[in-house]
Design a protein around this ligand. Sequence first.
Ligand SMILES: [Zn+2]
Length: 348
Amino acid sequence: MNYEVDEQFLAGALKELVECDSPVGYYPEIHELMERIVGQWGYELYTDRKATAYVRVPGRDASKTVLICAHLDTIGLIVRGINDDGTLRVRMLGGINYHNVEGETCYVHTRKGATIMGQIIHNKHSVHVWEDCRTAPRDEDNMSISIPDCTSPDDVKALGITQGAIVGVDPHYCDIGNGFVMSRHIDDKGSVAALLGELRWLAKTGEKPAFDTIFAFPMFEEIGHGGTFVPEEVEEYVAVDISLIGPDYSSDEHSVAVIASDAKGPYDWNLTNRLIACAEQACDPDKWNTQVCFHYSTDGNAASHAANDIYWGAFGPAVINSHGRERCHIDALAQTEKLCRAYLMGVA
Ligand SMILES: [Zn+2]
């Protein structure tokens, strides 16, 4: 098996994906981008009613259908109220760490289709003004969105901003030139890039996956239910999502990990063992590991917990500073794509 992957493609796709805003539940722009990307290789993208996007690829053996997914949604915010000073109160969509978004640029998507640029600020935003600026809690009761030139609720309403507007956080993408990328939303657009890399490889080489394969791109992973609907014919569900770096993880930013278990419990024994066997064949020996993830779950476990009759597994690229401005090396995306290929081609 040839496990060569195009790292330049992965880097370009990652940039394009993270710079297309797609906070939980806001899908118009990312669906358009995905349709355009896969369309150039002759694939048709279609969506179900909960905004999961799909590409179907016929396999060598049509007796079984497998699904591999990476989620398109990112953590974000939703407007819940408007303060007297024209700032916006919000709730989090997914596991936002407010310490990590203070001062960041954001994009408010109104219900009428406008996008307004704002900034996430602490209500006591300046060390020069408030004694407790540094020590006040960073949470959703103490932080707001400030829109330039808006100082009253009427200013905000004039822009079309209402309760229910969805807010994306600027990725703040930076490629530092030695393979490392710092950006928000590498979770999970790094994995989406790897899956796109495989769709491109299949189209260019004319290779066929072992079984009929559905590439799925859910839109609600960050709030726990992206994977809950599974097309009936699917027997195996593999989620490609970030893996972790920290004291319990023998990992780094160059690596992919097979997730053996997470906050919801273990993944299927046999499928996980097959993914490990795939990693043994496809990945560099020092660039893959297995993990038991904490405070973490994937659409794989969501799919299983929603009582779908499937085998379920997960793997993905390691990122540091997760759910903040994340960082990974292109190696991790390349190793992830190689593991995707081994799984798709049925080497184990
Ligand atoms: Zn994720």
